[in-house]
Design a protein. Structure first.
Ligand SMILES: [Zn+2]
Length: 298
């Protein structure tokens, strides 16, 4: 018969369990073991050989009525960010703005070597329609976050994207890192060719489809780092941000444009013909975000 040895082993195994019943009872002065509503199957650490006293030490501790503060969990890693007003928002009376949610150039570089402050050159301090009592373009308000979209700000220039008169600002104005001209480099938003240099403009056409046209206005034209016909790499220096305006100077800023390389449609269904001025704000936001997160340009 093979049954007898098996029964004997089973009996031996049960004997210590029964003996442990007593040792698992708390001794006088010990914390009573909270009842377990649904005891699970025996775990390896519950071996009777460990003894009841040690088991008590590994049991859950009842919540203290006055728990000590626990160190906060470290926050999850977050991406660097910066304060920027929503796209398409222009203060009342300063133009229609244009809210298009398309990031037209999702891979372009932030077009400055350093930080910048996209905002209005007309309605900011020192501008032609600026706040009274703030005559200086170097007012700290102009060099303070948040960024502000100024595409389709009220201007006399033709821009079919702007509601109403079909005129408005054709790009985004960006003040450089400091209120000093001829110091801060403007960079190629993408690899391409310098197709035109005007009296206060540099035009870059992207090499890759859809061949956007980027226009940089108000660089220091006498010291440009490029000439017409040059091929440029993404992130290459083009010139220094200044106030050149073909005569009477403007404020110190880069006017940055993106124009369509092919016909298309905006997020809200507006048709876009070739060379249409596109809202650059969201592309700039994303490009600057990449820069903040350490992604190099080029
Ligand atoms: Zn401008």
């Amino acid at each position: 018969m093979r049954t007898a040895p098996l029964l004997l082993i089973a009996a031996l195994a049960l004997a210590p369990l029964a003996a442990c019943d007593d040792t698992s009872k708390p001794a006088a002065g010990e914390t009573p073991k909270p009842p377990s509503p649904e005891p699970g199957p025996p775990q390896p650490d519950d071996s009777p050989a460990d003894g009841g006293a040690e088991q008590l030490g590994s049991e859950p501790i009842p919540p203290s009525p006055d728990p000590a503060p626990q160190p906060a969990e470290p926050p999850p890693p977050t991406s660097a960010t910066f304060d920027h007003a929503p796209a398409g928002v222009i203060p009342p009376g300063q133009g229609p703005g244009y809210l298009d949610r398309t990031v037209w150039s999702p891979n372009m570089c932030w077009p400055l070597a350093e930080a910048g402050f996209p905002n209005s050159q007309v309605y900011g301090p020192g501008g032609g329609m600026g706040p009274p009592g703030k005559p200086s373009q170097c007012d700290s308000l102009n060099y303070t976050l948040p960024w502000r979209d100024n595409f389709c700000e009220a201007r006399s220039r033709t821009n079919p994207m702007c509601a109403g008169s079909g005129t408005g600002h054709q790009g985004q104005d960006i003040r450089p890192a400091t209120c000093k001209k001829n110091q801060h480099w403007a960079l190629a938003a993408e690899a391409g060719t310098i197709t035109d240099i005007g009296s206060y403009s540099v035009t870059l056409v992207g090499q890759a489809a859809p061949h956007y046209t980027y226009r940089y206005l108000h660089l220091q034209m006498a010291t440009l780092a490029v000439k017409e016909g040059d091929s440029v790499a993404k992130g290459q220096q083009l010139g220094k941000v200044s106030n050149d305006f073909g005569g009477t100077p403007t404020t110190i800023h880069l006017h940055f444009e993106i124009r369509a390389g092919v016909a298309g449609t905006t997020t809200d269904g507006k048709p876009v013909a070739l060379h249409t001025f596109l809202p650059p704000y969201l592309s700039l936001v994303e490009a600057y975000q990449r820069k903040l997160n350490g992604q190099t340009c080029g």
